[in-house]
Design a protein around this ligand. Sequence first.
Ligand code: DGL
Length: 275
Amino acid sequence: MSMENGKNAPVGVFDSGVGGLTVAREISRQLPNENIIYFGDTARVPYGSKSQNTIIRFSEQIIRFLKTKQVKAIVIACNTASALALDAVRDEFDIPILGVVIPGARAAVEATGNKKVGVVGTDATVQSGMYTKIIQGMAPDITVIEKACPLFVPLVEEGFKEHQVTREVIEYYLEPMRSTDIDTMILGCTHYPLLRSKIREYMGDKIQIVNPAYETAMDLKKLLHERDMENDGKTVQHSRYAFYVSDAAEKFRKFANTVMPFDVPTTNVVNIEEY
Ligand code: DGL
């Protein structure tokens, strides 16, 4: 980490679109003194149908952009980029970088009683098998069933939560999951907590639904504490959160106002291909 990125420096948080707001929201709750720079790659969403090379390239560009904002640490608030790009970017950049998959896996390992865990995520996340690898690395006796639900992301991005079609898509994807005896299911895509009540309605009360956002925020807290990088909150910032996107700023801003517990007055557009 460079010297100018002191305790008051912001934390960078990014996703392919609005999904990472569920993680930014949790960070704002658990680490209220921290400033956040959020980037949503709205011009290139979804990531879940793209190749690993592309997801690494996109993540590198976003990290280079966030570094121009002097961030002190970065949270990849996207399971797809965490599963496919975290190792590559950690090797490449001289800044602490956290993903959401390891915290999510740990939360599920702690939550399961019958040692049967379901994971829902994008095609790329499920094909990577990363959740299964990490969960079984922590507890080899856990059975993991993964299921890709690629249509959930556009339904969320389009604000279709209350639409009948969303109920049908949930049933279509989750019927095979509901008929297993898993007792825990990870929402392995940061967009999915935005459909949580609908998913809960369909899956019933018997399974525990894990949203990796809380564990991720706690990992960030631990990391900042261990490195003596926590913001003491003594410097009053004019605007503690800033939001950037690669396209469609107004649509993003309106959506962000429905997710974040405070007003999001502006969203800025960045030409991310320049980074
Ligand atoms: N929200 C992201 C994730 O957690 C990516 C969704 C997408 O762009 O496909 O996987």
